[in-house]
Design a protein around this ligand. Structure first.
Ligand SMILES: Cc1ncc(COP(=O)(O)O)c(C=O)c1O
Length: 407
């Protein structure tokens, strides 16, 4: 953990814990590098569902071409924070009120998930115009992926055979302009696997469009860039991905490609910092009970992994009795909830862990606090802190405009 973060955490009192700490300079540097790695004709949207913390959204705004939102709530939130940023509104099960709100707010793209949703949009449109992408679920073999949203029967998007009906409907609605297709099939793919899948998507879409003489100006190929919680230092290879996209796009000279990653953008900038309340041995196994738990950081329970962590030793101890500790042994780190599922990391070797020590869980910047069941057991919420020296690190950007280019 870098010194500036340690200083910030050192300034937190025990009553401030658990705490979420977001490293905004690191986030800016990371997204700047992502942006720099992407070739021309690739637009970067941030999937706000990963973490819509207001300061994170604001920090990302200068570096992205827009935001992908998946509810009326996210739409209003992001519009309020970044009024100029283009917005793509996706997600299954949009209500009539949400669609109407997206039209009123002038969302730049609507990702249409079904024929029914398209019909709903047409009835709400009035004399307005809107640009849409049709979301398709291609029956491709995804292999082993962290999370499959398509490639098999799924509620997301529509079967390719249903697209023709949508084309007929769009032809009857002059206010609706079909800009292209949207495909988000899986999360957790590393660069080469992503490129193979995108190649397959683009090839399929080109044939599909040619057969129908449809102009596909845009292809949104979703997010899902891999984040490896077991190897925190192995980060998605954005340079290799960008180079691969460059070659792919040479075969599709007129298409604008859009990606909408979430997890791989913000996972690394967040830390969940807490403290050891108790350490016990149960039938030969060591358990450390921490303030907070999976009701604040549900990621390890949701993804069934060990959340990586660092121990921040705290030597202050009143010495009223022997300080419970574990050393050179595997320890299971659990929270305060009355459920055996409240596990943040299981049987992880620790050099030394004592009651009172602080524990900083890394990679807690995406799908962490915002996917957690905060109300369970009515423990206090964590406090939130942002490291922000507002210094934007110099990362060379080679001729890639950072200003929004979507409309
Ligand atoms: C349509 C869509 N786009 C983008 C994302 C972001 O995916 P990730 O956070 O894995 O990059 C998701 C995640 O569920 C999604 O459903």
């Amino acid at each position: 953990m870098r010194p500036a973060l340690l200083d910030l955490i050192g300034g937190l009192t025990d009553d401030d814990l658990p705490a979420y700490v977001y490293d905004l300079p690191a986030l800016r540097q990371h997204v700047h590098a992502i942006r720099a790695a992407l070739p021309e004709r690739v637009e970067l949207l941030y999937a706000a569902k990963a973490n819509s913390d207001p300061r994170i959204v604001r920090a990302l705004t200068p570096y992205v071409d827009g935001f992908e939102v998946a509810s009326g709530g996210e739409l209003g939130h992001v519009r309020g924070l970044a009024p100029e940023a283009p917005i793509a509104f996706g997600g299954p099960g949009k209500t009539p009120a949400e669609l109407a709100r997206a039209l009123e707010a002038g969302a730049e793209r609507l990702h249409i998930e079904s024929e029914h949703e398209l019909r709903l949009l047409i009835t709400l449109l009035g004399d307005r115009n809107t640009d849409v992408l049709l979301r398709v679920n291609l029956p491709v073999d995804l292999g082993q992926v962290a999370l499959a949203m398509g490639g098999h029967p799924s509620p997301f998007g529509m079967d390719p055979t249903q697209l023709d009906r949508c084309l007929e409907l769009i032809a009857t609605a002059p206010g609706i302009r079909l800009r292209g297709l949207h495909l988000h099939l899986a999360s957790g793919l590393q660069d080469q696997a992503q490129l193979t899948l995108i190649d397959e998507m683009l090839t399929w879409a080109k044939d599909w469009a040619q057969e129908r003489a449809v102009d596909l100006a845009e292809m949104n190929v979703g997010g899902g860039m891999g984040v490896d919680y077991a190897h925190p230092h192995t980060v998605f290879d954005w340079s290799a991905f960008g180079a691969g996209l460059h070659s792919l796009l040479a075969r599709h000279p007129h298409v604008i490609l859009r990606i909408e990653p979430g997890r791989s953008v913000t996972a690394y900038c967040g830390w969940y910092v807490t403290q050891v309340l108790d350490i016990k041995s149960s039938q030969g196994e060591a358990f450390a009970v921490l303030r907070g738990g999976t009701h604040h950081l549900r990621t390890p329970a949701a993804k069934q992994h060990d959340q990586p962590f660092e121990v921040l030793p705290d030597d202050a101890w009143p010495q009223l009795w022997d300080r419970p500790e574990a050393h050179d042994e595997p320890v299971t780190l659990v929270g305060q909830l009355c459920t055996p599922k409240d596990v943040l990391a299981r049987r992880v070797m620790v050099k030394r862990l004592r009651v009172g020590d602080r524990v900083a869980f890394a990679m807690a910047g995406a799908y962490a606090w915002n996917i957690s069941h905060h109300a369970f057991l009515m423990h206090p919420h964590p406090t939130f802190h942002h490291l922000d020296d507002a210094e934007v690190p110099e990362v060379p950007v080679t001729g890639v405009p950072c200003a929004p280019r979507m409309p």
